[in-house]
Write a protein that binds this ligand. Sequence first.
Ligand SMILES: *[C@@H]1O[C@H](CO)[C@@H](O)[C@H](O)[C@H]1NC(C)=O
Ligand SMILES: *[C@@H]1O[C@H](CO)[C@@H](O)[C@H](O)[C@H]1NC(C)=O
Ligand SMILES: *[C@@H]1O[C@H](CO)[C@@H](O)[C@H](O)[C@H]1NC(C)=O
Ligand SMILES: *[C@@H]1O[C@H](CO)[C@@H](O)[C@H](O)[C@H]1NC(C)=O
Ligand SMILES: *[C@@H]1O[C@H](CO)[C@@H](O)[C@H](O)[C@H]1NC(C)=O
Ligand SMILES: *[C@@H]1O[C@H](CO)[C@@H](O)[C@H](O)[C@H]1NC(C)=O
Ligand SMILES: *[C@@H]1O[C@H](CO)[C@@H](O)[C@H](O)[C@H]1NC(C)=O
Ligand SMILES: CC(=O)N[C@H]1CO[C@H](CO)[C@@H](O)[C@@H]1O
Length: 517
Amino acid sequence: MLNVKVSNVLLMLLCIFFLLAVQAAKNGLRRNVVLIIFDDLRPALGGYGDYLAQTPNLDAFIKESHYFTRAYSQQSLCAPSRNSMLTGRRPDTLHLYDFYNYWRDFTGNFSTLPQYFKAHNYYTYGIGKVFHPGISSNNTDDYPYSWSLPVFRPQSEKYMNSPVCPDAGGILRKNLICPVHLQTQPLKTLPDIESTAEAIRFVSAYKRRRPFFLAVGFHKPHINFRFPQQFIDQFRLEDFNNYTTDNNKPEDMPNVAWNPYIDVRSRDDFKHQNISFPYGPISAKHRSQIRQAYYASVAYVDDLFGKFIAHLNKSNTIVLVTSDHGWSLGEHAEWAKYSNFEVALRVPLIVRSPEFPTNASQNIHTIAELIDIFPTLVDLAHLPALPSCNKSSQNLICGEGKSLYPLLQGVGRNEEYVALSQYPRPGIEPTKHPNSDKPKLSNIKVMGYSIRTNVFRYTLWVRFNAHDFSKDWNEIFGEELYDHRLDEGEDVNLAKIPEYNETCTLLRQQLITAFSK
Ligand SMILES: *[C@@H]1O[C@H](CO)[C@@H](O)[C@H](O)[C@H]1NC(C)=O
Ligand SMILES: *[C@@H]1O[C@H](CO)[C@@H](O)[C@H](O)[C@H]1NC(C)=O
Ligand SMILES: *[C@@H]1O[C@H](CO)[C@@H](O)[C@H](O)[C@H]1NC(C)=O
Ligand SMILES: *[C@@H]1O[C@H](CO)[C@@H](O)[C@H](O)[C@H]1NC(C)=O
Ligand SMILES: *[C@@H]1O[C@H](CO)[C@@H](O)[C@H](O)[C@H]1NC(C)=O
Ligand SMILES: *[C@@H]1O[C@H](CO)[C@@H](O)[C@H](O)[C@H]1NC(C)=O
Ligand SMILES: *[C@@H]1O[C@H](CO)[C@@H](O)[C@H](O)[C@H]1NC(C)=O
Ligand SMILES: CC(=O)N[C@H]1CO[C@H](CO)[C@@H](O)[C@@H]1O
């Protein structure tokens, strides 16, 4: 009797050891994941063919990566875009178009990308601006749901909107263009420098058996353009004079589509320029200065990116680099984001995985969306696939995007996917009050829905009801059609031209079907 019992116990112990060994082996094979989100970065990168950019570190990284040339944000505003990307759901599903609600309490207790990794035995950590801080992530960056420990927020972050930019007379201003010497800055540092140091500390000190999921959110190139002086010195102002030829709002652009770049106007160095509201223009000299400062801001975060990336072990770490949306640099005479134009929506999307090694930057032209990142990283890490959401399921763990994993394998690159984006307005004319660049939910009266197909961008501005989130496809305030075969800059709106009537009708049907799912 006793012998039988002893052997049972031994068998049980053996089983436990075996299971532990299997788990350890699995963890050993599991790769670390690093997600890097830049703020307001359009693909102004050498690796994306932009010859004005000075981004040696991202360029070298792209050489070892697959990069998507046509990746799009779901809404060109920080909080809604990040909530959409990180929950894998569209703004219309989340009902989040501004900064002032938290999806778990407002819409549904939806899982997030880091939360999914945490649930699958990853150690998850966030540094800097990953979720938009504040109410939209419940003032906790969605901790503890998404993260194994509280998110690192740089101490110098609180001075981001303070008067910290010395003018010619040494007086500190709240300027748009703000090259600085670190010694003059509060805490003698900048937020992204602090975040980079913390990211390096984390990956260098990491000793756990579990793999990690690390998200690093850089604040730049978002305004103000504050960076160490040396980064602006490397750009010549005159190189930015002929960046676009769009000096005035295009005649055929519906007023509802216009974003009056109120945040740019409100900075101390632009306040007194008497830029006519809402259409400007900004003087030629200032146009070049803003572009130069944007590119300098990109060069600055590229430098920090390079310092961090050098500390990663290439052979066991998946790295995905992206941004929340783009930024207009004078296209259509517009600045900032807040629109449905290609320049405001197109983002870099770069994937380096030991599973897909390359030496010679592989570009993928298939259309991708930021909501695709969640299922893609899940597949790259070989976790159980993320189910796709559908109306019949009340599933809290699902995504609305597609996995880009097959595309990385080389499968399905000719699929004609589309990208869907949207932007809200408080009315049909640009206004300061309410701020038509970023209306609060209660003020939203119009929604611009946009579809990017292989060759067209089609945008329809319709009545939106903020109380029940319904839209009326028959009450139209603006219609835009751009043909990217002829007009990459989206300068000529073809929607009113009779020859394009049929194209508009077809795209309108496709758009309504896509946004009614
Ligand atoms: C929300 O989901 C998380 C896990 O995903 C769970 O821990 C929490 O209890 C849920 N909250 C509510 C209110 O259901
Ligand atoms: C969000 O924060 C509020 C206030 O701290 C808290 O009452 C609420 O439970 C939080 N929501 C979730 C889902 O944790
Ligand atoms: C802006 O307008 C004010 C008042 O009309 C004028 O005093 C000032 O010189 C103008 N500034 C510029 C830069 O034109
Ligand atoms: C990098 O990761 C691989 C695979 O896990 C491991 O064999 C190698 O020792 C690591 N290199 C360093 C420098 O830690
Ligand atoms: C990278 O290039 C070297 C030679 O330049 C080659 O030997 C190696 O196989 C290449 N690796 C990959 C993953 O293409
Ligand atoms: C809906 O999604 C669930 C999983 O989230 C899946 O099991 C089910 O088959 C889906 N239904 C349809 C009609 O696609
Ligand atoms: C466009 O075609 C529709 C029918 O598809 C027609 O009702 C409408 O009048 C046409 N509009 C123009 C401007 O030709
Ligand atoms: C080719 C071209 O358009 N060149 C113009 C660039 O901008 C300067 C003004 O800064 C013009 O003088 C050039 O004609």
